[in-house]
Design a protein around this ligand. Structure first.
Ligand SMILES: [Zn+2]
Length: 465
């Protein structure tokens, strides 16, 4: 804490609210008057109230008050003192996550019976908060939506569910016209997930983004699309998935990403999102959803490889490719690349034979029994791949009996099995047909769910259920 010396009696409360040592503070100068809006706001504001940041008739961000300090030394240390008036921003608010959006201010102010603010901040009472959040929700584009948190301190921050994570991932750039979408936000998120998987810090500085992310954005962007730090340091913070934090106690200017960058700010996945993405299924879902939603026309295998998530491009995972094909013809991928062949996990050949015999070599997707001169031919496919990072089990309940065509489609994540055992195309969710099942061959639904996650199958669940 650079300003620890100035905290004085407030040290405990500030450390409790911001255990990371990174604080979001906003100060106000004192007023001599007693009846004006500012005096009333300073007097009446409480922890739990919400602050709306205001500029040019637009609300641009909101944050909840987590703590109130009156500390002139701290304000002087952080922001300095006005030379003329000798005043400083001594009425300090400790703020929760700043959520950015852009909403015309007037309808909100009218609905809450507030006068147009003259200042850059508008205060909303805790009691009115639910109502104003609903009003905001009606006006804020889907990308900036973020369900309200309950609980007034950082330690009681609400947990984020898988559904919320997927909704947020699925609605990036929803308010941007199609031709102007850069997919830089989704690329940045994929890159961040790759960092998470390789055990790197959740937050990264502008230097890291410049040296690592920017070249990648250039590589995977359409020609002529300019690359900047606007995504990691500005646009993504409205997604509900992303944190931008000042490393020094400077007043963040919510209008400018450059200011964040210059102040040595760091950005990365929100702690709650990062925690969820540590779970294998949620991570598979997130990666599958990002790939199928935003990168249809991109070489996803190359992209995932680039961000350190190569194993997620294929149902079998890394290292299992050739063996999965039962030692027979190894398919060359559509893009000409061959799969990794080294150190494939051992698979139990007896289980492979058993699943084929149970189904008498009949494909569980299309029913085909492929004839050869030497009898029928089928292949055994692991549902949750044995290779890394999937690490599926080598069991009968994790195997399917497929024809070679459907085996290729299943492994390349082109088809998945939905919650009702229908086979669907990942591209558009279109039904291929019911999976053919046998009573004596139980299939583990968790493995099916995992494979579906890799295929981005969650995109179609909501619409059907
Ligand atoms: Zn088939």
């Amino acid at each position: 804490m650079d300003y620890e010396h100035a905290l004085g009696a407030d040290a405990d409360v500030v450390k409790r609210i911001f255990p990371d040592g990174v604080a979001r503070l906003w100060g106000s100068t004192p007023t001599q008057q007693t009846g004006n809006a500012k005096a009333v706001a300073l007097r009446d504001r409480k922890v739990g109230d919400e602050v709306l940041f205001y500029a040019q008739n637009t609300f641009i961000a909101r944050a909840r008050i987590l703590g109130l300090l009156h500390n002139r030394d701290l304000a002087a240390a952080v922001w300095g003192v006005d030379e003329e008036t000798q005043s400083t921003w001594e009425h300090i608010m400790a703020l929760g996550d700043v959520v950015e959006f852009q909403v015309s201010a007037q309808p909100i102010l009218t609905a809450l019976a507030m006068t147009p603010p003259l200042r850059s901040l508008t205060l909303v009472r805790a009691a009115e908060r639910r109502r104003h959040l609903r009003l905001l929700d009606e006006q804020v584009p889907a990308t900036a939506k973020r369900p309200s948190g309950e609980g007034g301190t950082a330690t009681s921050a609400r947990t984020m569910g898988r559904g919320e994570l997927l909704r947020a991932l699925g609605t990036l750039e929803a308010d941007v016209p199609g031709e102007r979408r850069t997919h830089h936000g989704s690329l940045t998120l994929l890159w961040a997930i790759g960092r998470l998987v390789s055990g790197e810090d959740r937050l990264a500085s502008a230097d890291v983004y410049r040296s690592q992310l920017e070249p990648m954005l250039e590589e995977f962007s359409a020609p002529g699309v300019s690359v900047s730090l606007e995504y990691p340091f500005r646009h993504l913070s409205g997604s509900g998935l992303w944190d931008v934090v000042a490393t020094e106690w400077r007043r963040p200017d919510p209008l400018s990403s450059a200011a964040f960058v210059e102040s040595g700010a760091q950005a990365g996945l929100r702690r709650e999102a990062a925690r969820l993405l540590q779970q294998p299924l949620a991570r598979a879902e997130a990666i599958g959803l990002l790939c199928t939603t935003y990168f249809e026309n991109v070489d996803q295998e190359a992209l995932l490889e680039r961000v350190g998530l190569g194993g997620y491009a294929h149902a079998t995972g890394a290292g299992e490719g050739d063996g999965e094909r039962d030692g027979r013809d190894v398919p060359t991928r559509p893009n000409g690349r061959r799969q990794v062949t080294s150190s494939r996990p051992d698979r139990d050949q007896r289980l492979v034979n058993r699943v084929k015999l149970l189904h008498q070599h009949r494909c569980q997707v299309c029913g085909l029994r492929l004839e050869t001169r030497f009898g029928h031919y089928s292949e055994a496919a692991h549902i949750k791949g044995l290779g890394s990072p999937h690490d599926g089990p080598d069991t009968l309940s994790n195997l399917l009996c497929l024809c070679p065509n459907h085996h290729v489609q299943f492994d390349t994540l082109a088809i998945f099995i939905d919650e009702h055992w229908n086979v669907r195309r990942s591209k558009d969710g279109q039904a291929v047909g019911p999976l053919r099942r046998l009573p004596e061959h139980a299939i583990d639904e968790q493995n099916v769910e995992y494979h579906r996650a890799l295929c981005g199958g969650s995109r179609y669940s909501a619409a059907r259920n």
